[in-house]
Design a protein around this ligand. Structure first.
Ligand code: PLP
Length: 354
């Protein structure tokens, strides 16, 4: 049962704790089966994680209808992003990516001396595929393109058919890293994950996925990559040996066997998002309809100051993003937490802060 929304006096957290709406985590926490799996496996945690990891890879291969040779484990998808970049990097290559987007890969590229070309989102906050393509065409050398689908912080999906047309062009001079950290939340009919391309044998695409978001295992560090077996081998060569965590692996395997928990999480996210949309509509604050577990919305003012005021009110919200002046990214908590957020936002309006 979803949490009650009746408590209006406190933020519903333990004394002194803020509601964490800043890192796009699943507020419902681990699936019960995942918790049980951890408890059961704990006495075995003195052992290396090989079996737990290979059980997880077998379960993933089954659930995604992929060969195990098309999969790689990562210590969070952050490690998958790093392995993908290392495997795809060539002399004189550049990284092309949208801005704003998820920025970890920028740090990896800079540490490796790979120039990063950031392409501003267009006027509709959409990833500007045409401009990105122009940057690729203008470069004398290979390009690695990073795309986040749905994008973080906007929650918007890439336009499927222009994306497909570009992905068709993947080659040894043009490779793609597609970050699908929030894919399980996507509700849009007709959406096709880029993993389908790997199933069809495409060679220059890596899809990065994670158990940190809807599966609620952010603290246990479990992610995976999907790519052609040759590319997976090249990525494996960049991996830290035994970067897997035994407890994370058993929890992830149990989460895959918990479709009811996933459904419950989706319903909770949907219900909580609707509450926020309604409040934003009432206050006339612009927002982007989200295909993920966060909403990018206008705060009609300085987003840093807004963030600090929310923190004083017991709520941690997202941070400022490039080109998102006056906007904020809000992670979706439980319906009860979002009810509290909405009331706080309405108070901010009374104070003339939003
Ligand atoms: N990709 C995107 C788009 C994200 O938003 C995040 C985390 O916020 C990650 C990847 C990294 O997640 P993790 O390393 O926990 O799998």
């Amino acid at each position: 049962k979803l949490l009650s929304t009746s408590d209006s006096s406190s933020n519903g957290m333990a004394e002194g704790q803020s509601i964490p709406l800043n890192f796009n985590e699943n507020p419902l926490g681990l699936a019960p089966k995942a918790q049980q799996a951890i408890t059961q496996a704990l006495p075995q945690a003195w052992r290396y994680p090989d079996k737990a990891r290979s059980d997880l890879m077998a379960a993933l291969s089954q659930s995604l209808t992929l060969n195990e040779s098309q999969l790689i484990y990562g210590n969070g998808s952050s490690e998958v992003l790093k392995m993908a970049l290392d495997a795809l990097a060539q002399a004189n290559c550049q990284l092309v990516m949208p801005d704003p987007s998820y920025g970890v890969i920028i740090d990896y590229a800079m540490a490796r001396g790979i120039p990063v070309v950031k392409v501003k989102l267009d006027g509709q906050w959409q990833t500007d595929l045409a401009k990105m393509q122009a940057k690729v065409a203008a470069h004398k050398g290979p390009s690695i393109v990073y795309l986040c689908n749905p994008n973080n912080p906007t929650g918007i999906l890439l336009p499927q058919s222009p994306l497909n047309q570009w992905l068709d062009k993947a080659s040894s001079q043009l490779s793609f890293i597609i970050d699908e950290a929030y894919v399980e939340y996507v509700a849009q009919p007709g959406f096709v994950s880029a993993t389908a391309r790997v199933q069809q044998g495409q060679t220059n695409i890596v899809v990065c996925r994670t158990f940190s978001k809807i599966y609620a295992l952010a603290g246990l560090r479990v992610g995976y990559g999907v790519a052609h077996p040759t590319l997976i081998k090249a990525m494996q060569a960049q991996a830290s040996i035994d970067s897997a965590n035994l407890l994370g692996c058993v929890a992830a395997t149990a989460s895959l066997a918990s479709p009811d928990w996933l459904k419950f999480s989706l319903e909770s996210n949907h219900q909580a998002k609707e509450l926020v949309y309604q409040q934003l509509n009432e206050l006339g604050l612009e927002y982007l309809p989200s295909e993920a577990n966060f909403i990018f919305h206008s705060v009609k003012g300085d987003s840093q100051q807004y963030m600090e005021r929310m923190e004083q009110a017991g709520i941690l919200v997202g941070r400022p993003f490039n080109h998102g002046e006056g906007w904020n990214r809000l992670s979706i908590g439980t319906p009860a937490q979002m009810h509290y957020f909405c009331k706080t936002l309405a108070k901010f309006r009374q104070l003339g802060w939003v």
